[in-house]
Ligand binder design. Sequence first.
Ligand SMILES: NC(=O)c1ccc[n+]([C@@H]2O[C@H](COP(=O)([O-])OP(=O)(O)OC[C@H]3O[C@@H](n4cnc5c(N)ncnc54)[C@H](O)[C@@H]3O)[C@@H](O)[C@H]2O)c1
Length: 265
Amino acid sequence: MGNTRKERAVIVTGAARGIGKGIAEAFLEEGAKVLLVDHNRENLQETANAWKRAYGEDRLAEQVHDIRETAAATKVVDFAVQRFGGLDVLVNCAGIYPSRSALEITEQDWELVFDLNVKGLFFFAQAAAMQMKEQESGGRIVNISSTASEVARPGVSHYCSSKAAVKMLTQVLALEWAPYGIHVNAVGPGLVETETLLETLSTEEAKKEHLEKLSYCPLQRAALAREIADAVLFLVSAKAGYITGQNLLVDGGYSAGRVFQNSSV
Ligand SMILES: NC(=O)c1ccc[n+]([C@@H]2O[C@H](COP(=O)([O-])OP(=O)(O)OC[C@H]3O[C@@H](n4cnc5c(N)ncnc54)[C@H](O)[C@@H]3O)[C@@H](O)[C@H]2O)c1
């Protein structure tokens, strides 16, 4: 069949706030048609209404869903196809990052993180890939992982494990879906000062720890959501035509090693 649509049709999950919002807007600026998905009705509506005025009603749509409900995935993909005539790109960005020590984590804490960050992400990728396979036009899937997929951190064992799972899922799906021309990659942000992250800095101790984390970053600053979006745009562009199964860390050098002065050993 192949793709005869002029504008690319894109789904972004977790698009009401933070990094997902930055990614969705970057696609709109590029001329794509974007379906925003989030479980926060109020934030989603506010974002979608502002963008409908800025980019035009026909360029975007919104759907309120909890990504943890696996049935949402096919509903969202079907909606995108009905509205935009097909699906070219899925960005799986919805995710949570609560902290709790490994001695205190409950089964409920664990499931909350894995049901969204891993299970929900997987079923959205599966529903998107089924559609892309049927279209015979290939497609691009980008999963938002984290530096936590590769660098261990105390206090977030469930989160680090979930992001390591995202990295491995990305590799396996890239292998399985390469025959259909579907590229699957991940982008792993370092620190991005989103509203949610800033809300976690309510105590002096948390603020101190945040500054300490930033000091470990060779570029000595947090990323802008737009800088994460730029990496996503690259991975779905023709310039990334030979890239699949990768976990691109966009972290100001954080994962490259520690910054020590005058240390030779
Ligand atoms: N902010 C960072 O420093 C950072 C660093 C590394 C990775 N990440 C990853 O980036 C992604 C986005 O993080 P963020 O900082 O922008 O978070 P955020 O909280 O600002 O945005 C996440 C969005 O996802 C939505 N969401 C949460 N649970 C959902 C659910 N069950 N169903 C549907 N939507 C849901 C929220 O309503 C929100 O709009 C996450 O996967 C996170 O792990 C963030």
